[in-house]
Design a protein around this ligand. Structure first.
Ligand code: ADP
Ligand code: MG
Length: 455
């Protein structure tokens, strides 16, 4: 059991920020596994709620990937578990009265129950999904689906990097639809569960049951479709189900971290069908979006946090919303443990959100050098008049980064990259901005280059 958990933890560690991993997973262990009913030992009751709310899916998938047939997961406070992170255990009773109240309020604030029949978790609602410039288009499509499922946005294909709200938004659609019409047959499933269920059904000779279960649905929500890679039979089965449901005007919703055409080994016909009604993406939130999300979370949790502390977190977490929430929870937790307000903690240097903080002293020369090196060009080659496609792209990416990261004026950028005038720069920046919406490879490339620049 020890090894299985160790392997599962290694997998989980890959998928969340180091701060979250050490906060929530250090000192956990599997207490028992009774025929798939698993009990995980944690440090105190605060962790039970957090792990269940935030990481149940991740833990389930990690265990399944380690060949554990997971039927249920429960968490138990295990007093003997020694924490290396914190020197003492914190329970609600240790906290001052006001904090105790806020802890209880937190526990009541979020309804968190996964429904076995629909796979939907009630904690994901449209009310607690904050609309911002990063998600407004996808959000309006979601509203339109709730008003009229199986209609204009069918299939609804939602894509974007990890932690940007895909699962939240599609689950919220499911929950809202069910609220409107409780008789609807809705099923949410991560693609990984879809294929393990499919394989089980074949193995147990229950293919028919599997078939029926999916074909009688009114709404099918498939999460993390990119993980279909290499699962040919499951892909075929999904394609058949997709076609059958589509013909009956049943709503199909699919999320992925990239466009279907950018997923290896996805059947071309399926890829094109998935984006028939368009592809909607979720982008990284801007500063204002991040503040709005944190304010909404604070309100929901009944947590006291100063506006300056919110701004500090928003400014320093530049990865995604999952990490933003992670840092926020860590600071709130520390604030309870230490008896200081979040801002006091930040001011006295007890917390630093360094991993995602970027030094501001990057020069334009560094940007030019790093982009050139990334494309295996010399800065001189890159900043030439060449119209060879990869040189031109490298040049446009440089313009884009000089504008977005360093905030240089278009005239200054023109001089830096050796182009004629500022309109060429404006065109280049706009081109990359537009391409980023649809081109996942470009998005990865730019993320990698940024890593190198801020290394
Ligand atoms: P993804 O599926 O894209 O990896 P999730 O849907 O799991 O991301 O989102 C990560 C976390 O961020 C979740 O806890 C989710 O509730 C939260 N989140 C994402 N987008 C928003 C938003 N717009 N408003 C509020 N919370 C959000
Ligand atoms: Mg997800």
């Amino acid at each position: 059991m020890y090894d299985v958990w160790k392997n599962a933890l290694a997998e989980i560690e890959q998928q969340i920020s180091p701060a979250n991993f050490s906060t929530w997973f250090q000192g956990t262990s599997i207490i028992s596994n009774d025929d798939g009913h698993i009990i995980i030992g944690v440090k105190n009751s605060f962790y039970v709620k957090q792990l269940r709310n935030r990481y149940l899916d991740l833990i389930t998938t990690a265990l399944k990937n380690n060949n554990i047939d997971v039927k249920s997961i429960n968490f138990e406070v295990q007093t003997k578990v020694k924490s290396k992170v914190r020197s003492r255990e914190v329970t609600a009773r240790d906290l001052p009265i006001k904090k105790q109240l806020s802890t209880i309020k937190q526990q009541r604030a979020i309804k968190d129950s996964s429904n076995h029949e629909t796979g939907l978790n009630q904690k994901y609602t449209l009310d607690n999904f904050v609309i911002g410039s990063n998600n407004d288009l996808a959000f309006s499509a979601a509203k339109s689906i709730i008003d009229s499922p199986g209609d204009r946005y069918n299939p609804f294909f939602l894509y974007g990097g990890p932690g940007l709200g895909k699962t939240h938004l599609v689950q919220a659609i499911g929950n809202e639809l069910l609220k409107k019409d409780p008789s609807l047959k809705i099923f949410y499933t991560p693609i990984a569960h879809f294929y393990s269920d499919f394989i089980d059904s074949v193995r147990l000779g229950k293919g028919n049951e599997f078939n029926l279960k999916f074909r009688k649905l009114d709404v099918l929500i498939i999460d993390d479709f990119q993980l279909i890679v290499g699962k040919e039979k499951s892909q075929e089965e999904f394609f058949n189900i997709f076609n059958d449901l589509y013909q009956l005007n049943k709503q199909i919703i699919v999320t992925s971290d990239r466009l279907p055409s950018q997923i290896k080994s996805v059947d071309e016909r399926l890829a094109s069908r998935l984006t028939w009604a368009g592809a909607f993406d979720l982008q990284l939130p801007k500063f204002e979006d991040k503040c709005a999300i944190l304010r909404a979370k604070a309100e929901l949790m009944g947590a006291d946090i100063e506006p300056e502390a919110i701004e500090y977190i928003a400014e320093n977490v530049n990865t995604n919303i999952r990490d933003l929430e992670g840092e926020f929870s860590t600071i709130l937790l520390m604030s309870e443990v230490r008896g200081l307000t979040p801002l006091e903690l930040i001011k006295n240097g007890s917390v630093s959100v360094n991993k995602t903080t970027r030094p501001h002293q990057v020069t334009s020369k560094q940007v030019v050098d790093k982009v050139a090196r990334y494309f295996e060009l010399t800065p001189k080659e890159m900043c030439s008049k060449s119209r060879v496609s990869n040189i031109k792209t490298a040049r446009q990416i440089t313009m884009y980064l000089l504008s977005k990261e360093l905030g240089l004026s278009t005239t200054k950028i023109a001089t830096e990259v050796g182009v004629k005038d500022h309109t060429t720069v404006m065109h280049g920046v706009k081109k990359i901005d537009q391409d980023l919406r649809l081109n996942f490879i470009l998005r990865d490339q730019i993320a990698e280059i940024k890593e190198k620049i801020y290394d």
